[in-house]
Structures are given as structure tokens and as C-alpha cells.
Design a protein around this ligand. Sequence first.
Ligand SMILES: Cc1cc2nc3c(=O)[nH]c(=O)nc-3n(C[C@H](O)[C@H](O)[C@H](O)COP(=O)(O)OP(=O)(O)OC[C@H]3O[C@@H](n4cnc5c(N)ncnc54)[C@H](O)[C@@H]3O)c2cc1C
Ligand code: FES
Length: 343
Amino acid sequence: MAHKVTIASLGRTIDVGDNDTILEAALAEDINYPFGCHSGTCGSCKSKLLSGEVRYLDYSRFALTEEERAQGWILACSAVPIGDCEVSFEAPAESESHPLRKIECRVTAVASATHDIKYVTLEPCDGRPLEFSAGQFVNLGFGTLPGRDYSMANRPDEPHLVFHIRLTAGGVASGYVHRELKPGDIVALRGPYGTSFLRKSHPGPVIALAGGSGLAPIKSIVETALRNGFGNPLFLYFGVRDERDLYLEAHFQALAAAHRNLTFVPVLSQPSAPTARRTGFLADAVARDFGTLAGWTSYLAGPPVMVESCKTALQRLQVAPGDCHADAFYTEADRPAAKPAFP
Ligand SMILES: Cc1cc2nc3c(=O)[nH]c(=O)nc-3n(C[C@H](O)[C@H](O)[C@H](O)COP(=O)(O)OP(=O)(O)OC[C@H]3O[C@@H](n4cnc5c(N)ncnc54)[C@H](O)[C@@H]3O)c2cc1C
Ligand code: FES
């Protein structure tokens, strides 16, 4: 049986099935509900339960504390209504709203960035550019496969959409991209989504941390900031396992040479040969390099483990929680539906 859920922030009421989360039902209705991970981990979909009751799927206590839950906050991606409800979400302090679109795109190029990352370039078939903010992502559907989220690596003012898609072991969509996708293919795109976008109002320095294909949204953020004339210190740390996982190094070195406020720091976590490069985990590299980052804005993207460890390091360095914008690249394995629910 479906329950009526009113989203007070938008004045809309939707039907949510017995076993559906509020977020999935809202996205199915093309509602621009804030979200990031779908899996109760990032906190982007935090909402106030104004009336009614929900049952909870598994979620992280970092995304929703016991205190917040007691005060009536829920995570829309981990809350299944057990009757009619009313909820409201808080838009980010600096919110940019772009039209949510469902379009077809044509693949114009597929190229290798590394042994396991492909660049995929798309153009909207209707010729209308996609409006988005640097750092946001879209949901891409390849053929009949289920859609997956991928972040734009290009600046919003550039005509083509570029993605960096890493092959996930046993992965359906990334496997298809790496084995079969070719120029001329049509891809279904929904979006843009995401709250970890470039804040324009913050005047201070910026630290941006990317792990693997997490470089995609971070590239868009860094390049957009520089193009907008951002002149404060801007540090870009790029963490990968080994030499063969590094890409776009010459590109960022050239960018740093052209912009004296940009510092580019590649870091290898598991070098297979002696190296003159920085080594270790990103979180440790940042902790070693800075005494404090109070007053800085931070952007993070990449594997969940890297993002979580870097968030902790940044909090220790006094980055305010509201100035820490993160997109962890969760996969299907991290979704609450794949985990046992608890009461
Ligand atoms: C906001 C966001 C932005 C992202 N941006 C990027 C990006 O720019 N670049 C990029 O490379 N990736 C990005 N990702 C990750 C991307 O969305 C996909 O999750 C990733 O490409 C894997 O998709 P897949 O279909 O290949 O793998 P899947 O088929 O989803 O499989 C992933 C893993 O989950 C396991 N699995 C599958 N189904 C289940 C199940 N039901 N229960 C348990 N385990 C299961 C599989 O065995 C495999 O190990 C992003 C993710 C998010 C949330
Ligand atoms: S916690 Fe709900 S989308 Fe991340």
C-alpha cells in the first residue's frame, strides 16, 4: 500500500510504496530532493519529519546522530514511511538550483585516462547545454542497465560533458563503459544533482582532495574557481595507489604554473617502486602539511574510505563542518537495501 508523503519545502505530495524510501520515491517523481550517497552515509538528504512515522534502514551515526533523530530529523534515503507523513528538507546555505532534466546524450569520445579509468565525453542530443554547478553529478543510463551516478569533470561553461569512469570489479555500468561504450552511442542522463558544489560566497583559502576518479568533480571545482578569478591559496591533493593510477598530472602542473595561487600535490599510497613523490594516505599528508585549516573551505571526492578519513583529518584541523563539502563515490554494495534494516 502506498502512503502519502508531503514534501513541505516544495508543497508537493507523492505516493511512497510500502518498501520504498522517501528519497527514491521523490527521485522517481523527478523531484529535485538533495542527496549524495543513497546509502545513509553522507547526510545530504537530512530532512525534518514534521508529522507521521517512518521505519529506518541502516545508516551511519555520522550522517544522523541520535540527538538529531530524537529531535525529529531523518535521512530521506533511509526512511520508509509506515503511514502518511510530512517532511521538509533544508537547502544548502548557498543553494543553486538548476532545472532537473531527463535527456538523451550522444557519446562523442571514449578514451583511456589510466589502466582502469575512461574519459567519456557526451553532448546533449537536443543541443541544449546542461546547466549545473561545478562539483555536481548526474545519473547516467547505458543501454538497458540501471542508472549510476557520475560527476562532471568539465567546467559548467564548457560545451561537452566529460566524465572519468573507473572500472569497479564486478561492476555492471562501469564494466559496460570499459568494454562496450563507443562514440555515437546514446546515453540517458538525469540531473544535475548534488550539494557538494563550488561555493562562490566563501572568501577564504580552499583545499581540494581527490582520490582516483574523484578527480572529476574536483577538477571542475578547481578550474571553475580559477576561471572565476579566485585568487586565494588553492591546494589540490590527488591521491592514487601507484604511478600508473596518476592522470592529468601535466595538465594540473601547467595550471599551477599559470596560477601562482594553485598548488598541486600528487600522493601515492602504495608505490610499487622507490619514488621521489609524496607517499602515504591523503589524510596523513594533509595533517603533516598544515597546523590548522580554520577558515578554509574544503572539497572532497573519491572512494568512501578516503573521503571519511580525510573528513576526520579536516575536522581535526578545524575546518568547520559547514565548510566541508564531500561526495563519496558509494556503489550499490553500500546501499541500505543491500544491508539489514534495524528498528
Ligand atoms: C554522488 C556520486 C558520484 C559518483 N561519481 C563517480 C565518478 O565521477 N566516477 C566514477 O568512476 N564513479 C563515480 N561514482 C560511483 C558510480 O556511481 C558507480 O557506483 C560505480 O561506477 C560502480 O557502478 P557499477 O554499475 O559499475 O557497479 P555495480 O554493479 O553497482 O557494483 C558495484 C559493487 O557493488 C556490488 N553489488 C552490486 N549490487 C549489489 C547488491 N544488490 N548488494 C550488494 N552488493 C552489490 C558489486 O559486486 C560491485 O562490487 C559516483 C557515486 C556517487 C554516489
Ligand atoms: S545520507 Fe541520504 S543521500 Fe547520503
